[in-house]
Design a protein around this ligand. Structure first.
Ligand code: C2E
Ligand code: CA
Ligand code: CA
Ligand code: CA
Length: 282
């Protein structure tokens, strides 16, 4: 922290200084990290709540930093968004995970789908639609294998300019999921305006169902969201499922797919082969 008026007390926060230095160091290291291939992707399975089979996976990016070890996205995505590096980084994530989806489709019979997170900066970048089309074509993957996850907060008050690329992608057959749904205080009626086909219910709702029976108010809220979503033809995915009690209650409430440590932690791509092959062979 810089001292504005020479106040010594303001200087005496070595931890804050260390954090700022790390943040600065990480920010300046981002472009070369991308060039040197220090990013990698872990995949977390999504399962059908009905029968527990794997429907696909979410791509979650990590940074293997030469000094700091593996860094989670919360440490560097905000920095990449701030500097604009998120555009090439996001493009790399898309390319890499679609290539992976192609490999899964060759090795497993099931039509595994890949979910990729989009940052708001990628949404406003004019190359988004063409980049996505090119990446899918190069990999020989059809658009229906891809689901792009956009946070509810990124779309609050979204104007047509922002929604247009998403509409184009949706028309092509790419699914759009509204991520972290329920945290953004959006107008539910607004949902009709958005080209989304999946609601991803935020982990905070799942947390209220850790005990059996769950808090009755939490149950009512999720029940309401699910019935609204289904009446609008949207599928409901729940994230952060850690226990069988949560899985059972969310299934009873009619949620369609689930993701969480109860099923599998994020892991290397080979992990998904094993899970999906286990489904195929019973
Ligand atoms: P998210 O999209 O909401 O992803 C779900 C997060 O919950 C992941 O954290 C995942 O590892 C974690 N998680 C999964 N199951 C459980 C569970 O049962 N319990 C708990 N407590 N957590 C669980 P992660 O990997 O640290 O990612 C954090 C956020 O970083 C993501 O949140 C997403 O917003 C962002 N992110 C990750 N990869 C990318 C990317 O390629 N591009 C962009 N723009 N953002 C990304
Ligand atoms: Ca997500
Ligand atoms: Ca989420
Ligand atoms: Ca989240």
């Amino acid at each position: 922290a810089k001292s504005a008026g020479g106040n010594r007390a303001e200087l005496a926060d070595p931890e804050a200084d260390a954090r700022a230095i790390t943040r600065h160091g990480l920010t300046t290291a981002l472009p070369s990290a991308l060039e040197r291939g220090e990013f990698f992707i872990e995949y977390q399975p999504l399962v059908h709540l009905g029968d527990g089979t794997v429907s696909g996976a979410e791509a979650l990016v990590r940074w293997l930093h030469p000094q700091h070890g593996v860094l989670g996205p919360d440490r560097f995505i905000p920095l990449a968004e701030h500097t604009g590096l998120i555009v090439p980084l996001g493009r790399w994530v898309l390319e890499e995970s679609i290539r992976q989806a192609r490999a899964w489709r060759e090795k497993t019979a099931g039509p595994l789908r890949i979910n990729v997170n989009l940052s708001p900066c990628q949404l406003t970048h004019p190359g988004l639609v063409q980049d996505t089309v090119d990446i899918l074509e190069r990999a020989g993957v059809t658009p229906d294998a891809l689901c792009l996850e956009v946070t509810e907060s990124a779309l609050i008050g979204a104007d047509d300019g922002l929604l247009k690329p998403l509409r184009r992608l949706a028309e092509m057959g790419v699914d759009i999921a509204l991520d972290d749904f329920g945290t953004g205080y959006s107008n539910l009626a607004n949902l009709r305006r958005l080209p989304v086909s999946v609601l991803k219910l935020d982990r905070s709702f799942t947390q209220g169902m850790q005990q059996y029976p769950a808090d009755p108010v939490d149950l009512k809220i999720v029940e309401g969201i699910v019935s609204l979503a289904h009446s609008l033809d949207l599928a409901v995915t729940v994230e952060g499922v850690e226990t069988s009690a949560q899985a059972d209650q969310l299934r009873l409430l009619g949620c369609d797919t689930a993701q969480g440590w109860y099923y599998a932690r994020p892991g290397p791509p080979e992990h998904l082969h094993t899970l999906a092959l286990a489904d195929a062979t019973g």
